[in-house]
Write a protein that binds this ligand. Sequence first.
Ligand code: ACO
Length: 327
Amino acid sequence: MKKVGIIGVGEYLPKHVLTNADLEKLVETSDEWIKTRTGISQRRLADKAEATSDLAVNAAREALADAKIKPEDLELIIVATITPDMPFPSVATIVQNTLGAKKAAAFDISAACAGFVYAISIARQFIVAGAYKNALVIGAETLSRVTDWQDRGTCVLFGDGAGAAVLTEVSRGGIMSTYLGCDGTHMGLLNLPGGGSRNPTTHQTVDNKMHFIKMQGNELFKIAVRRMAEAAEIVLRQANVELSDVKLIIPHQANTRIIMAVAKKIGLTEDRIYMNIAKYGNMSSASTAVAMVEAVKEGKVEKGDIILLDAFGAGLVWGACLIEWSK
Ligand code: ACO
């Protein structure tokens, strides 16, 4: 089988920082509650003029420069997002046009917080099959646009951002195994009920705040721990790799307590877990992407290191990806 690796990474975080102290002025909460229950200190919010595709393009440009690939040589663009600029066309088509990636096929996928792991897995299949030589995978979100800023149960959690990776065939290392899971029976635990074909936008859906994220956090918490641990164990088993061989686990950044519980379940020490949740909160599909990019930029991942991406989100969906870094 062809080896497919990541040869360039990029990220974009909007400039505006919203701190826990700022949130104390909006809802009945405290910096102490948010930090101890979630691990989050601040998050970034997109500027009024910025849409998801703008964040995605900025991350993409950095990743393409890092990979030394020109937009016109790109063959595939996949954007993982649950906050597209508009229902259609896809964010990926807007990115394709803005980058000038004239040759590239482009589409979005919706897999919530597991979106980046799902998209990496899909891109890899296209390259392995010989359909495309390279692919740009982006996780990009503007969750601030679908957050109810009066709901303290959700507004303290989310942020905006984008992370990107360029994939191509490599001679050594690359993606060792991937695993994707889904259990649609729990779709009611986390969703955005308004604005789609089930509940098209009306004055009533807006009055009922159906255009905002609805979440039953504590139910999700337990399932997230179980499924993320399971996904990590499956990709390791599939690739015949021991946990002790993994340099760094880069999990979805939803909650420090979820991450620590997963680590405990699989027997991992804190020094091998990458976390940047304190700075950015939960950016859904962008979280795992940005965490991977920052781990690389900080020199925590080098050529030959094995890393494990592990994510969980609305659907419910989850997935993991084991990679031997090849750049
Ligand atoms: N400030 C102060 N108090 C709060 C806040 C807040 N911001 N939010 C909730 N509380 C209160 C609740 O009202 C409740 O009070 P009560 O006991 O008087 O009723 C108490 O704190 C405990 O609330 P819980 O919801 O049980 O708190 P929990 O410890 O479960 O933490 C959290 C909530 C942080 C949301 C956690 O459940 C979580 O992280 N869940 C998982 C989220 C997740 O993984 N989502 C999937 C990915 S996201 C995606 O796909 C887009």
